[in-house]
Design a binder for this molecule. Structure first.
Ligand SMILES: Nc1ncnc2c1ncn2[C@@H]1O[C@H](COP(=O)(O)OP(=O)(O)OP(=O)(O)O)[C@@H](O)[C@H]1O
Ligand SMILES: *[C@@H]1O[C@H](CO)[C@@H](O)[C@H](O)[C@H]1NC(C)=O
Ligand SMILES: *[C@@H]1O[C@H](CO)[C@@H](O)[C@H](O)[C@H]1NC(C)=O
Ligand SMILES: *[C@@H]1O[C@H](CO)[C@@H](O)[C@H](O)[C@H]1NC(C)=O
Ligand SMILES: *[C@@H]1O[C@H](CO)[C@@H](O)[C@H](O)[C@H]1NC(C)=O
Ligand SMILES: [Mg+2]
Length: 699
């Protein structure tokens, strides 16, 4: 029966196809087998041990050995007196045939020793080739988890190892605690050298290496079957394999190794917490070991104290010292600054808020109370010129030292109330500031200073003086200011310290009264017995010495002295040595004497004579001065009357020379005036402004 042509064709195709298929099958199986043989027995390479589900790519681990998630093979875990092992899972064939010689091989691995707490590690680690993976009988510490006391040195071990020993054990003839050795069946090395390498870049000079340095290092182990030469080479990770090995020996490993042997690592800890790690590993039998991919090596485990760079050991203490120093300095500066600008503030002062200045502002206004801004100093303290920071207003700041708290409340109430006074002949008090032990008073700045500067110029100096017209205007101005204080203001204010240095001259040459009330701060005593009278010698009304009570009439007395002072150009109490012996050194007595003799005009300031001064006005001033300075308070006029006399509205009552003689000179010899008399006798004079022991004066 003949097959149809199509069928015949399909049969041919079938045969052809089955042939092709079986050929393809044969090819695939052979490749699989050769590949498998190569992978399992010829070579392997680990660039890190991650993958394979945490088992370290199938490594056989025991004891303390683990593989970290990063892929570091940790042979020990830091715990003392323990051992750990890691093996390539399958044995490798070292001989071509079971009875042949051991072939050449080469192994390379990257390791690292990490001390946990100190700079030391015990005991060490090995790379090993052994007939078994069972090292349960091996001992830890100096036995490196490789052998034990009974097995050490026995040829039956069939073990080849390279030890990286970080401790010195005399029982194995260790040379030091940092050596590399070739071990055959024994921990007593066949050949050993201190760790290091021959640097090709330096012409083969030997470089020491410290195994325990937390630095990765690479080891190459090579066996040449022809010469039976074993070489071990060590180098830092960055250095290429040195051409000269560190340790080498000749030993026919055919007499040692079994055909099928396991490759692996052992490590053990002794009395110091240590980590022995392997990061990469490769083997080649009868060929070079494949290169480990250094870029894929895992990071070292961060255990124990961080390896601090040398620079940090210097930089860190310096940096922290600097930091502490800076913090300390700024605290000190802050505290000092706070103390520098510290003020006293009490609740009752709240209502005076608008009149309060901050010390800081005053400090900056006066450039830190610099001497170049010093305007002068009087009985209560120094006066500085200043410019307020924001308003650029020119001020005079008076620093008054004030220790006691007593009376400060009343005083501040008074100065704040006085501060509200606006009068063209009164220096305005702008405000105050209080600190511990001192009070600062802020006044309007008077560009022409105090009047005494114009009255008492040194004779040699051709300094400016004031003509009579100006002087008379100033007298009138001061009178008007004082009148305002006594009678026009909402309450009676007694100035208490009228004198030429407290009359200031403003830019338009107006006389202005300043410094009122200050003496009150010092007068305040707890009981009348100790109440002190404060003021300036020469301006004291006689009754003030006895009663201690300042009244408008004691102000009038001082004003009288002031008029005489301005007219005569002499200080109220004149230095004896300077003046010719033409009368008393007391100004008022001297004028009275002349008045009695009818030669009143001789008392007028030399610089005013012969000039354009009006003799009637001068005489009027002298008479008003004498009247105001009358020893009897009830004879003195009020400021209202003084104003009228000065304006010529009312004639000055004529002081009869006899009356004068009686009331002034006569009274001085009287008992009632012993105080006054003794005062004038015991005056110790300096600058015409003096104090005596019978007064507790402010200076
Ligand atoms: N507001 C001011 N403007 C300009 N200069 C001033 C002002 N206040 C004071 N001075 C200057 O400072 C000097 C010292 O003043 P201070 O009041 O401290 O002393 P004093 O008037 O001589 O005596 P006292 O302490 O009895 O008042 C004055 O002589 C004056 O030159
Ligand atoms: C180290 O390994 C041993 C044994 O596996 C274990 O007992 C010990 O707790 C481990 N130590 C640390 C610090 O993990
Ligand atoms: C030493 O090791 C061998 C083999 O591992 C074991 O049989 C033996 O018991 C061990 N001896 C000691 C004292 O641990
Ligand atoms: C290396 O170490 C040895 C012993 O510790 C020492 O004698 C030698 O000087 C060292 N060499 C160098 C180059 O540091
Ligand atoms: C090493 O030993 C084996 C067997 O003992 C022998 O066959 C081989 O020739 C030796 N190799 C050398 C280089 O001596
Ligand atoms: Mg003054």
């Amino acid at each position: 029966m003949e097959h149809p042509p199509t069928l015949r064709f399909s049969l041919q195709l079938q045969i052809f196809l089955s042939f092709v298929l079986s050929l393809a099958f044969l090819t695939t199986t052979t490749t699989t087998i050769t590949q498998g043989q190569e992978e399992e027995e010829d070579q392997f390479v680990y660039s890190g041990f991650s993958g394979g589900g945490g088992t370290g790519l199938g490594l056989t681990l025991d004891g303390t050995a683990t593989v970290t998630p990063d892929g570091v093979l940790k042979l020990t875990n830091g715990t003392l007196h323990l051992k750990g092992h890691a093996f390539y899972p399958t044995p490798c064939r070292f001989r071509k045939s079971p009875n042949g010689a051991v072939q050449s091989f080469s192994v390379t691995f990257v390791f690292c020793m990490v001390p946990v707490y100190s700079d030391q590690c015990t005991d060490g680690m090995t790379f090993l080739i052994s007939p078994t993976k069972d090292f349960s009988g091996a001992q830890h510490s100096q036995y490196l988890g490789l052998l034990n006391k009974t097995t050490d040195g026995k040829p039956s071990n069939q073990i080849f190892a390279v030890e990286l020993d970080s401790s010195q054990n005399t029982e194995f003839d260790d040379i030091d605690d940092n050596h590399v050795g070739i071990d055959i069946n024994s921990l007593t090395s066949t050949q050993v050298r201190p760790a290091g390498f021959y640097d090709d870049k330096k012409g083969g000079a030997f470089n020491n290496l410290t195994l325990v340095s937390r630095k990765e290092m690479q080891v190459w182990v090579d066996y040449d079957a022809d010469t039976t030469k074993i070489t071990v080479t060590l180098a830092p990770l960055k250095v290429a394999k040195p051409s000269r090995p560190l340790v080498s020996t000749t030993y026919n490993l055919s007499t040692v190794l079994r055909d099928k042997s396991y490759l692996g690592f052992s490590a053990s800890t002794g009395p110091i917490n240590s980590l022995y790690c392997v990061l990469g590993w490769s083997l080649g039998i009868n060929r070079a070991a494949p290169d480990i991919d250094m870029t894929k090596l895992p990071k070292l485990p961060r255990i124990g104290p961080k390896p601090r760079p040398k620079a940090m050991e210097i930089v860190l203490p310096i940096a922290s010292a600097t930091f502490i120093f800076l913090v300390g300095t700024s605290i000190v500066l802050l505290v000092r600054r706070r103390r520098k600008y510290a003020e006293l503030h009490e609740d009752w002062e709240d209502e005076y808020g608008p009149h309060r200045f901050s010390y800081k502002d005053l400090f900056h206004a006066t450039q830190g109370f610099h001497n170049k801004n010093l305007l002068g100093h009087g009985g209560f303290g120094k006066v500085y010129k200043g410019v307020l920071p924001v308003s650029k207003l020119e001020v005079a700041v008076k620093r008054v030292s004030h220790e006691s708290k007593q009376g400060i409340k009343e005083f501040i109430a008074e100065i704040v109330s006085i501060g509200r006074i606006r009068h063209r002949n009164i220096v305005q008090l702008l405000g105050y500031c209080r600190r511990k032990g001192e009070l600062l008073l802020v006044y309007e700045y008077m560009s022409n200073g105090s009047l005494d500067r114009y009255l008492y110029v040194q004779e040699e100096e051709d300094a400016p003086t004031l003509d009579w017209g100006r002087r008379f205007e100033i007298i009138k101005g001061v009178a008007s200011g004082l009148f305002y204080l006594h009678e026009r203001w909402e309450k009676v204010v007694v100035h208490r310290d009228i004198k030429a240095s407290n009359v200031l001259v403003d830019g338009e040459m107006n006389g202005r009264l300043g410094d009122f009330g200050l003496s009150r701060l010092y007068e305040h005593g707890t009981d009348p017995q100790t109440t002190r009278v404060v003021g300036t010698m020469g301006y004291f009304a006689p009754e003030l010495a006895r009663t201690g009570k300042a009244t408008p009439l004691t102000d009038v007395y001082a004003f009288g002295i002031f008029i005489l002072e301005v007219t005569c150009g002499r200080r109220p109490i004149v230095d004896k040595g300077v003046e010719e012996d033409d009368g008393s050194e007391i100004l008022v007595d001297w004028v009275v004497e002349h008045c009695r003799k009818g030669s009143l005009m001789e008392t007028v300031d030399m610089r005013l004579r012969g000039s354009s001064s009006d003799p009637d006005e001068v005489c009027l001033a002298l008479k008003i001065g004498l009247l105001c300075a009358h020893p009897f308070g009830n004879v003195r006029p009020s400021m209202r009357q003084v104003m009228k006399y000065l304006d010529g509205e009312t004639p000055v009552p004529e002081l009869m020379p006899t009356t004068l003689s009686y009331s002034m000179m006569g009274v001085l010899q009287n008992d009632g005036f012993s105080d006054y008399a003794s005062l004038s006798a015991t005056v110790s004079s300096r600058n015409g402004i003096t104090s005596s022991s019978s007064f507790s004066a402010g200076r």
